[in-house]
Design a binder for this molecule. Sequence first.
Ligand SMILES: CC(C)(COP(=O)(O)OP(=O)(O)OC[C@H]1O[C@@H](n2cnc3c(N)ncnc32)[C@H](O)[C@@H]1OP(=O)(O)O)[C@@H](O)C(=O)NCCC(=O)NCCS
Length: 175
Amino acid sequence: MKPESRFVELDKTRHERTSFDSGRDALNEFIRRSAARHREAGVSKTMVLPAQAAEGGKADICAYYTLSHTQIERQTLPSTLVKKLPRYPVPVLLVAQLAVHKRTQGQGLGKVTLIRALRHCLEINAHLPSYAVIVDALDEAVQGFYEQYGFQELDRHNSQIRLFLPMKVLAKLFS
Ligand SMILES: CC(C)(COP(=O)(O)OP(=O)(O)OC[C@H]1O[C@@H](n2cnc3c(N)ncnc32)[C@H](O)[C@@H]1OP(=O)(O)O)[C@@H](O)C(=O)NCCC(=O)NCCS
């Protein structure tokens, strides 16, 4: 399973969704059943890194991420950050899903996928600003993956750990 060199938008006529297996059922089910429908409904966008495929055949998916909008309550942020924020929920970009196929994990693709997703967030932010990027880690094992790139814990709900990275910090990291 050899990845292509760039991410493209999920296209169910060109990408084989059913073979994707990250080892996590929720992330497998999302790409197999929901990602394309949610795009059609206008609620999120999924980008995939396809595997090289035979001419005319559908490509397996090595990795994917999904972006969406959401908002956070300002009081969930550390007090040092809330001063300049308005007194209503703050708009943020959500990396709603991010996963690498089991067969290509441990080769740096998780890092590549997260960096691509964060660059994508910066591009969106240039047109319509958002306060931060949010990710929901499925458990503490994955929390460490995000924390190594500067994400901090925001809160916990439904057994997931919500983490954030202020857009200003992200912009500096990529400048
Ligand atoms: C978590 C996941 C995206 C990591 O992808 P990957 O391709 O295996 O990771 P990489 O090879 O790019 O690793 C990049 C770095 O993250 C570290 N890392 C990988 N998985 C980690 C984890 N679960 N916790 C902490 N660090 C982790 C690696 O050690 C590596 O560190 P280094 O740069 O110092 O060597 C992948 O294992 C996956 O898809 N898991 C199942 C789905 C999932 O949990 N997705 C997260 C959404 S909540």
